[in-house]
Every structure is written in C-alpha cells, then in structure tokens.
Ligand binder design. Structure first.
Ligand code: SAM
Length: 337
C-alpha cells in the first residue's frame, strides 16, 4: 500500500516537471557544450519542495543551501514564478557559474557565499524572514570533480587540496601528511566506509616518510598499489578520497548546523529537502528527521526516501547513491519575521 502511494507520488513528481528537467539537464555553452553538473532527482526535488502547494500561486522565500551550478535553483524558479530564492554555496566558483545561469531571474534571486554553519546569520542579515523551503543537495559538484586543479579527482592529477571553500585552512595534503596512522585509519573507515582502512593508512605513513604527498595521482597510486586493482568498477581510492573530502570540508558538522538553520527559519508548511550520497550523511539526516517527527516538529513529506530511477541513472551515473528525504515543518519556534 505504501509502495503504491510512493509510486504515484513519484510519478506525478517526475512527470509534472519533465519538460523543465530536460531543459536544466541540457548543454551549457559556457562549459564547452557539456552540462557543468546534472541536477540529481530534479523533478522529485521540486515536487517534494512544493508539498502539494500550487507552483503558480506559491510565494515567499526558499533557500538553496548547495547552489552548485544552479540546476535545482533554475528549475525551482522556472516552476514557481512567484518564488524568490536565496542561493548559498561555500564555493565562489560555483556561485559564479550559478550567477550566470540565474541572472535573468533578476531580483527573484540573491547569491551569497556561505557555509551551512553561517546560514542562520546570512538569512537574518538578508532580512527575508520565514522560509517556504530549504534544499541541501549534499556533497561534491561535478564542477569539483571535473577540474583537476581543485584536487578532488583520483583520475586526473592535481594538487592534493579538496577544499570547496578555498579560504579554509586545511587541505587534504595536510591531513595525509600530518595525521597519525590510527587517526587516518579511523577517518577512512568512518567517513569513507573503507573496510581496508588500516592497510591504506599504514601504506600512506610508510610512503610519506620518503616524500610528502602533494598530488592526487601520487596518493591514488599508493592506494592502488596497496589494495591491488582487481579491475572492479570502482577505483580503489574512491572511499579514501571521499573520507578526505568530508574531513577537509567538515561535512558532518556542517550538515547538522545546516539542518538546524532550516528548522529554525522554516515557516509552518515549509519543506526541508535533503539529498545525500553517503550512508553516514543519510543517517544524520534520518535521525534528525525522525526525532523531529517524533516530537511533532516535522511531518514526513514521503513514506520512503526517493532514489533515482533507472532512466535517470542511464543519463547520470553520478546519481547512483543519491537519496532524497523530505519533511514539512509543522510547529513554529517563534522566529521573528
Ligand atoms: C551536489 S552540489 C549541488 C549541485 C546543485 N544542486 C545543482 O543543481 O547544480 C553541492 C554543492 O554544495 C556545496 N557545499 C557543500 N558543502 C557545503 C557547505 N557546508 N556549505 C555551503 N555549501 C556547501 C558545494 O560547494 C557544491 O557546490
């Protein structure tokens, strides 16, 4: 029964916005004819953010806390002609790209460089009051992975950096070259779900005695040699790189603060939608949502989290571990408007 409801919700979500979704997945002339980043679960995100409200009538402010290349933002603004959107991202390059894409929406859009941990302060400063919806599409953008100079890629060589906000103090090289072996192993295990964490940490510590790691290719190679490459679909360095990226950008801490900011600023009836790509990340969202539902601060917007359809996965392999959760705010905490 739940499954049937889920399927019909899902169907209307993706069908309602299918034309717009096709458009935002389209080619970007600014980026050599390739889309910079294909938004994941795009129709489903808009459907969730609406929570049954009429897109033509809906008014007020939304926040896209992970604006990236602006794909979801563009779709929301196109679908809801009276909605205004505060677009934040910690990465200035992403905001620049989003600005080019969203500029024609004029004063319906504000772009601000901000981390989730600063969101409360930014919303207050912008004087936009209570929100009708907040979106977090977590993790890394194709913009990061496809630009080797940002240091996220194990497939293309670059500096071992991985900072989404380039003003952060700590790079991946600092962690790899200075953390104790046991701390590295814990990081790879807990933040990357890497079961061979101890072996990798030991190989890194051994190799860095000879020379510090400065490039992504050197680290990827050390991990490949240490684990052997059985020719699987996933590169042996995938999980270690994910763990390092999460530590560099303090993704766990940031997420919790972002969720709290959303809860504080959402109006009754406003929606929080979160896409996660990592089981640890999804666990944090799930716990946050479940405790809020139990305490009647939220109600769920869907029975089960939504995942990409086979059709979406055919177009965008990077969507493969995406999970969308949505909740509706049901009680106000006395926010000044
Ligand atoms: C998956 S991308 C978002 C893509 C976007 N939804 C689109 O359609 O183009 C995630 C974005 O979130 C940003 N981000 C990640 N953690 C953040 C944080 N703590 N604060 C602000 N932005 C963050 C990244 O810089 C990246 O641009």
């Amino acid at each position: 029964m739940g499954g049937a409801t889920e399927r019909s919700e899902r169907c209307s979500g993706s069908e309602m916005f299918s034309a717009e979704v096709m458009q935002v997945r389209g080619e970007d002339p600014e980026y050599g004819g390739q889309p910079v980043h294909v938004p994941v679960l795009a129709g489903e995100v808009i459907h969730t953010l609406l929570a049954g409200r009429d897109p033509q009538e809906l008014e007020g402010w939304f926040v896209d806390g992970t604006t990236g290349a602006g794909g979801h933002a563009q779709l929301l603004l196109q679908s809801c002609p009276r909605v205004r959107l505060l677009c934040t991202d910690q990465d200035p390059d992403a905001l620049h790209l989003a600005g080019e894409k969203l500029g024609h929406f004029g004063d319906r859009v504000r772009l601000r460089q901000s981390r989730h941990s600063e969101l409360c302060r930014v919303i207050r400063k912008e004087r936009i009051g209570r929100l009708q919806g907040v979106l977090f599409d977590l993790g890394v953008c194709s913009l990061h992975l496809d630009r080797p100079e940002r240091g996220f890629s194990f497939q293309q060589d670059g500096p071992l950096d991985m900072r989404m906000d380039p003003t952060r103090d700590r790079t991946a090289a600092e962690i790899v070259n200075h953390w104790d072996e046991s701390d590295l192993a814990d990081l790879f295990y807990y933040e990357g779900n890497e079961t061979r964490a101890r072996k990798i940490a030991s190989a890194i510590v051994e190799a860095r005695r000879r020379a510090p790691f400065l490039r992504t290719s050197a680290l990827a190679q050390t991990i490949s040699i240490c684990l052997g490459n059985p020719g699987g679909k996933i590169h042996p360095a995938t999980k270690t790189f994910q763990a390092l990226r999460r530590a560099v950008n303090e993704e766990g801490e940031e997420l919790l603060l972002g969720l709290q900011a959303a809860e504080y600023w959402l109006d009754v009836g406003g929606v929080l939608a979160v896409i996660s790509f990592h089981s640890g990340e999804d666990r944090v969202v799930k716990r946050f949502v479940q405790s809020g539902v139990k305490e009647s601060r939220w109600k769920t917007a869907m029975k089960k989290p939504l995942t990409p359809t086979r059709e979406e996965l055919r177009i965008n392999r990077r969507a493969r571990s995406a999970k969308l959760r949505g909740v509706v705010r049901v009680r106000n905490q006395g926010v000044e408007s």
